[in-house]
Design a protein around this ligand. Structure first.
Ligand code: HEM
Ligand SMILES: *[C@@H]1O[C@H](CO)[C@@H](O)[C@H](O)[C@H]1NC(C)=O
Length: 327
């Protein structure tokens, strides 16, 4: 056996050993370097185009990755269109009509199919696009381990227990994120995703008009912010298109505005403001607000970790031809 072959044998044995030890060697940074060199550039370019057309798509794409990964793993199940016989994830109340950014994924996929047919998965495109969206809005860029395959199942009801509603309190959030393998601190870190984007009125209108038996308005909400939100979301207005900015002072910038909002009792959702009701999470909110670099690093690491949830690799799953339909 030549030294070169011996080397290869060792590499294979070492890889098997790492797998046995549970070290994640399934996804790799630079996964498409030899199979489709332009893959990450094409996605970045399409995110840029989408962002120029509408800066809100950056927030949409970050949320798309979150909603993909928390439901059946990061397998692009969130991109599947419903059919006569199946209501898919994207048509669950948590996603429809609020989820956005699908066209950016479609555009990237169309270009990648034309230059590297059948090579780049939709799940990886979503993961790259989320990273690029964080970067383009001023957050810290990070390497995205890739090699995900696309799943073959997308069912609306899977979202019910896997995605957190905006009414959750800190214990419920901690439990739901723990179910996905995240610490409470990582939950606080990832919640910082709400530094960009918008929300429809329905996600928080209970805090303005029907809080509880003794108080119509949530006492933990800053009164002047509540007054502003009431103007933007008039009681009884059923227009489903009404939206407000999440971090009104910088809704298109990935910064620590989310945490400074919470400290000013201006967290938009119950699930945001509740982070002050627990001493550990309140301390993390304060620390993140004070130290943008710390939060940016923790956020990037938590996004990478989120991107590993339940991934299909190797022979599992498929590379979809069209991200909206199974092959
Ligand atoms: C902690 C529990 C979470 C809850 C309860 C929650 C809930 C929500 C809700 C209700 C909206 C408003 C959607 C709309 O009406 O348009 C929203 C938007 C958003 N969420 Fe979350 N979310 C959570 C965690 C996360 C995480 C972990 C991320 C990403 C790391 C994230 C990123 C976003 C983004 C970027 C938007 C804005 C979307 C847009 O502008 O289109 N969220 N979230
Ligand atoms: C309503 O909410 C306030 C503030 O959170 C709380 O002090 C009060 O006990 C609640 N009342 C009821 C009836 O739940």
């Amino acid at each position: 056996m030549s030294p070169h072959n011996l080397n290869s044998v060792f590499i294979v044995l070492f890889s098997i050993l790492l797998c046995q030890l549970g070290v994640d060697s399934q996804l790799q940074v630079g996964f498409y370097t030899s199979s489709c060199f332009a893959a990450e550039f094409v996605v970045k370019e399409e995110v840029r185009k989408g962002f120029i057309g509408n800066p809100g798509v950056a927030a949409g794409l970050v949320r798309l990755h979150f909603h993909d990964c928390f439901v059946r793993g990061c397998d692009a199940s969130v991109l599947i269109d419903s059919t006569d016989s199946n209501t898919a994830e994207k048509d669950a109340p948590a996603n429809n009509p609020s989820l956005r950014g699908f066209e950016v994924i479609d555009n990237a996929k169309a270009r990648l199919e034309s230059i590297c047919k059948g090579v780049v998965s939709c799940a990886d495109i979503v993961a790259f696009a989320a990273r690029d969206s964080i970067e383009i809005t001023g957050g810290l860029g990070y390497d995205v381990p890739a090699g995900r395959k696309d799943g073959r199942v997308s069912v609306a009801s899977d979202t019910f227990t896997n995605l957190p509603p905006p009414t959750f309190n800190v214990n419920q959030l901690t439990q739901l994120f723990a179910n996905k393998g995240f610490t409470q601190e990582e939950m606080v870190t990832l919640s910082g995703g709400h530094t960009i984007g918008r929300s429809h009125c329905g996600a928080f209108s209970n805090r303005l008009y029907s809080f509880n038996a003794t108080s119509t308005q949530d006492p933990s909400l800053d009164p002047s912010y509540a007054a502003q939100l009431k103007k933007q979301c008039p009681q009884g207005n059923t227009n489903p298109n009404l939206v407000v900015a999440m971090n009104p002072s910088s809704p298109v910038t990935t910064d620590v505005g989310y945490y400074t909002d919470i400290l000013a009792n201006r967290g938009l959702f119950t699930s945001d403001q509740t982070l002050l009701t627990n001493s550990a999470t309140a301390n993390q909110v304060k620390q993140n607000a004070r130290d943008p670099f710390l939060w940016n690093r923790k956020f990037a690491a938590a996004m990478v970790k989120m991107g590993r949830l339940g991934v299909l690799t190797g022979n599992a799953g498929e590379i979809r031809e069209n991200c909206r339909v199974f092959n």
